[in-house]
Design a protein around this ligand. Structure first.
Ligand code: FAD
Length: 467
């Protein structure tokens, strides 16, 4: 009997437990992607990038004589219809860990089981199932270092081999057309510009990992904080869509560590930050909307405001901040150090609610990950578990001197005032909506806030709040 393989964020053949289980069942495998309300709710860039992942994976399946069946609707209804049409007896999928995803999957699983269908959900999006890591008291971890100590010595199972063949059914169920879903419709910014910077698909992801291991892992620790160095892996985008598994990255990094590569352990530690984010998000599913520390409720954040709009547009007059915001707008991602600096600037110098920034990242990032984004914002702003103290206010000018000493990053992304702006810096003006009325020939704006005044205002508000 045929088997349904419900793909969601696991667009890969290598180390894909759900696919391997479907393939070894012996029956024909029908891979399916369902455009449901949760896909509909994605931010513009994430939805557009998901469309590219689907397109690329559908092609890869076709190369193996298989297909990706696309359907829109409520997953349970769609799966039941496909079971009816194909006579499938089992459904496999890889687990997701966000609350709406979990609730949906639990409902689908129990309903299908009641129908007499075999249903199996598999791990693979994470290294560690969030509920398997707990303190001696049986509590979730709230601080990273002990979490890292708890997991770093764990045996991580070897990767599952690449699935080379998926038996095709004698006839394929009808598929909707990806083009009809208009996955890029909400991308108000020029998708053509961003398209030059995305790295789609499993092959690309694996090539990126190899290049990173060859060229950068040795000096990852010393160079990872320099946004213009290109010294990080860039794999967050591929991890988001499951185009590579964290286990593949872990084992590769681990081998390099054993071979003595400086920086390899640090890289593994960063990879485990993603695990920690999902650990927190699993246990505190409203982390993207509520202050993790309740004592932050009632803090004097400004709601959305015109300064925040200047921040979104990369027009604050603070070059490092603007370069970073434009990097995100043009490429779909932003360097980690830059994320910390722009988040600190928004929540401290501009005193704006961290959720305003979180939402803009959600709208713009092609590597958007609900757990890492929520953890990142709460960490920088102050209310998060294990957060940076609020009084640690990054000074973007000092940070720029330190981490962009030759101005390469700022030059890469800011065109105004330059005799020969870079192509990428100019492309920002092709990407922005016309309504923003920006021009590379206009003078670069003056700072919207004096760094010293902004810092003092933030610290005063903090003191007031603490009472
Ligand atoms: P590398 O340095 O090569 O690291 C390898 C992998 O480790 C990354 O791909 C990522 O999966 C993980 N990792 C590294 N740093 C972190 C971190 N600080 N937190 C969690 N995981 C990490 N990351 C996302 O994937 N999606 C987001 O939406 C996201 N939003 C963020 C928002 C803020 C405010 C902050 C401060 C950080 C955010 N991060 C997010 C984390 C981090 O910035 C990115 O994971 C990193 O920049 C990705 O680049 P890379 O793949 O080259 O990382």
């Amino acid at each position: 009997t045929p088997v349904l393989l419900w793909l969601r964020r696991d667009f890969r053949f290598h180390d894909n437990a759900a696919m391997a289980a479907a393939a070894t069942s012996g029956g024909p495998v029908i891979p399916v992607f369902i455009h449901d309300a949760q896909v509909e709710a994605l931010g513009a860039a994430a939805k557009w990038r998901l469309g590219l992942a689907i397109e690329s994976f559908a092609r890869a399946l076709e190369e193996k004589g298989s297909r990706l069946v696309l359907r829109q609707g409520k997953p349970l209804t769609v799966l039941r219809a496909l079971i009816e049409e194909t006579g499938a007896g089992a459904v496999h999928w890889s687990r997701l860990y966000d609350k709406p995803g979990r609730d949906r999957d639990t409902e689908v699983k129990s309903a299908l089981k009641a129908d007499g269908i075999e249903v199996e959900s598999h791990p693979g999006h994470l290294l560690f199932e969030p509920w398997t890591v707990e303190t001696g008291q049986g509590e979730p971890y709230k601080v990273y270092s002990p979490y890292w100590r708890a997991v770093k010595g764990r045996e991580i199972a070897p990767e599952i081999g690449t699935v080379s063949e998926l038996r095709a059914p004698s006839s394929w169920p009808i598929s909707e057309k990806l083009g009809d879903w208009s996955m890029g419709a909400a991308m108000r910014r020029g998708a053509a510009v961003v398209a030059e910077h995305v790295h789609v698909g499993e092959k690309t992801a694996r090539a990126r990992l190899s290049a990173f291991l060859r060229d950068h892992i040795g000096h990852y620790k010393s160079e990872r904080d320099f946004p213009a160095s290109g010294a990080t892996s860039g794999l967050s985008e591929n991890l988001t869509y499951g185009e590579i598994s964290p286990r593949t990255i872990w084992h590769a990094g681990y081998r390099h560590m054993e071979e003595g590569a400086q920086g390899a352990e640090h890289f593994l530690k960063e990879l485990v930050w993603r695990e920690f984010a999902w650990h927190l998000f699993y246990h505190w599913p409203d982390m993207a909307s509520r202050n993790w520390r309740e004592e932050w409720n009632g803090f004097d954040w400004r709601p959305d405001n015109s300064d925040a709009e200047a921040w979104r547009r990369g027009m604050t007059g603070e070059p490092f901040v603007d370069a970073a915001m434009r990097e995100m707008y043009v490429t779909g991602t932003m360097h980690n150090r830059a994320r910390m600096i722009v988040a600190s600037y928004l929540t401290k110098h501009l005193m704006t609610d961290w959720r305003v920034g979180l939402r803009w990242f959600e709208e713009c990032l092609t590597d958007w990950d609900p757990a890492s984004n929520a953890m990142g914002w709460q960490w920088v702003a102050g209310p998060g578990p294990d957060a940076a103290p609020y009084f640690r206010v990054f000074n973007p000018a000092t940070q720029a001197e330190k981490f962009d000493p030759d101005q390469r990053y700022r030059r890469d992304f800011i065109a105004e005032g330059r005799a020969r702006p870079t192509k990428t810096a100019l492309s920002y003006f092709d990407a922005v909506p016309e309504s923003w009325a920006l021009s590379p020939n206009a003078p670069y704006p003056d700072p919207i806030v004096d760094l010293k005044d902004g810092r003092e205002r933030a610290l005063e508000a903090y003191q007031r709040h603490k009472g």
